[in-house]
Design a protein. Structure first.
Length: 74
């Protein structure tokens, strides 16, 4: 995709760069590797699933955006 604009790219992609600087952690959850972002009260939000198994991508518990408790992680 090409974006033609007179607006500087720093302004257009401001939220993208701020979101990318969050601390991300790779952990095991339900036997699969996930990339999570820490939230408050020992909770994490799944950002990405890393798996070669098609079944893992069909599991709604592994869906990006899901909130999980820290005690469920291994």
């Amino acid at each position: 995709m090409i974006l033609y604009s007179i607006v500087p790219f720093e302004v257009v992609f401001k939220d993208y760069y701020e979101r990318d600087h969050q601390s991300k952690i790779e952990m095991d959850y339900l036997g699969e590797k996930v990339v999570v972002v820490p939230l408050s009260n020992n909770r994490y939000r799944i950002e990405r699933l890393i798996s070669t198994s098609p079944k893992a991508y069909l599991n709604p518990k592994l869906m990006p955006g899901s909130i999980i408790q820290g005690d469920e992680l291994s």
